[in-house]
Design a protein around this ligand. Structure first.
Ligand code: SAM
Ligand code: SF4
Ligand code: SF4
Length: 354
């Protein structure tokens, strides 16, 4: 067992610190790490093509944290209680050598789970290596199975067959249980929901329908474009009877249901109609080293500058702890009370990581 910090001049014993609670008594249990701000898709709800055109300036290479820097920060977050890690982006599989990072992170003492969210276009070629590096499982984003709708949801990039090949390769590599996340937008892919359920039920792959959210400002979100989970639940249960199941653990974001005929389960992530801020234990690290305490935050804590300025682990721990202890974020709970034309500035999803 690793006993102390490698890079610090001040030795901080691991796993002996008290649990750090935020201002609403929520501990820090999860860290989402965005390793890449670029993406090979242009999903209109996340990176609309008109804004993220070929001349858009993404981060320069030296602005992104190196794997050593990500490893060091992650180790500190783990000391503060984070034990579940998720590698995301942008598209994480565009980051060269991401399996090497996973190999380092999965070895950290105190980490119980390293997952990845990906659009899966590059998954078939990487699945075996990711699994060998210690990745526990993948979540694949897929909004429809017919090419026409799929193309509308991805900005005309990728293809259904490649995503399904990626899922097959992930099953083969043991990156299970695999979850498929589908964002449902009214008039865009709501007609594709039943065929998604039909395709994946009985396969062991768990489909979760996500309410389209007002993350960032550039997707011009309108509440009427969001399909409430209750509506989808009713539609799906009318065809395949469902029974609610208990959460796997405190703070699980999806409401889960079993098919009564024994063909597995599905889930609903209802952050608009049923906010779950009260149990939100997630911190996020952007690819350029900003820490965010909410998906809907407008500002982050710059950790890259002090990191590159040579501060000790203890100083970094103090910076992170101070922000976490002041954390009062509960945007999704407050959204309902906001005037309908309110448009607060928020960080974009592709940058902060989903
Ligand atoms: N590129 C990877 C992918 O798509 O799986 C990882 C990053 S992506 C930002 C993470 C997740 O955020 C995806 O499942 C995506 O569908 C979801 N997402 C992006 N914008 C969203 C929005 N406005 N509402 C709900 N989910 C959204
Ligand atoms: Fe890329 Fe994922 Fe955003 Fe789609 S949702 S544009 S795949 S980062
Ligand atoms: Fe967590 Fe913010 Fe989402 Fe609430 S709105 S669940 S605090 S990320």
């Amino acid at each position: 067992m690793r006993k102390d910090s490698k890079t610090s001049d001040t030795v901080v014993p691991l796993r002996t610190m008290p649990e750090h609670l935020d201002a609403m008594s929520r501990p820090l249990h999860d860290l989402r790490i965005s390793v890449m701000d670029r993406c090979n898709f242009r999903c209109p709800y996340c990176m609309p093509e008109d804004k993220y055109h070929p001349k858009f300036r993404f981060l320069d290479r030296d602005q992104r944290l190196t794997f050593t820097e990500i490893g060091r920060l992650t180790r500190l977050f783990v000391q503060l209680g984070a034990h579940k890690l998720r590698i995301t982006g942008g598209e994480p599989l565009l980051r060269t050598g991401v399996a090497d990072l996973i190999a380092d992170l999965s070895q950290l003492d105190g980490v119980s789970d390293v997952a990845m969210t990906t659009n899966a276009v590059l998954l078939a070629q990487h699945a075996a290596k990711l699994a060998a590096s210690g990745l526990s499982r993948v979540t694949v984003s897929l909004d429809a199975l017919d090419e026409e709708t799929f193309s509308r949801t991805t900005g005309g990039r990728g293809g259904v067959a490649r995503v399904l090949d990626g899922i097959d390769a992930a099953v083969e590599a043991g990156l299970t249980p695999i979850k498929v996340n589908a964002v449902v937008e009214r008039g865009v892919n709501d007609h594709a929901v039943l065929s998604m359920v039909e395709h994946f039920r009985g396969t062991g792959i768990i489909v979760r329908f996500i309410e389209y959210m007002d993350v960032g400002n550039i997707n011009h979100w309108r509440r009427r474009d969001m399909v409430p989970s209750a509506e989808l639940l009713q539609m799906i249960a009318a065809r395949w009877p469902l029974t609610p199941v208990d959460a796997n653990y405190h703070g699980e974001v999806a409401n889960r249901y079993h098919f009564d005929d024994g063909n597995g389960e599905i889930g609903f992530i209802s952050s608009v109609t049923e906010p779950f801020c009260g149990s939100c234990t997630r911190a996020r690290l952007s690819s350029d080293g900003q820490m965010y305490t909410c998906l809907f935050a407008s500002e982050g804590l710059d950790l890259r500058t002090p990191l590159r300025g040579g501060v000790s682990d203890q100083e970094l721990l103090e910076l992170i702890t101070a922000v976490w202890q002041k954390r009062k974020d509960r945007y999704s709970e407050l959204r309902a009370k906001m005037p309908s034309d309110a448009d607060p500035h928020k960080v974009e999803m592709y940058y902060i990581g989903g």
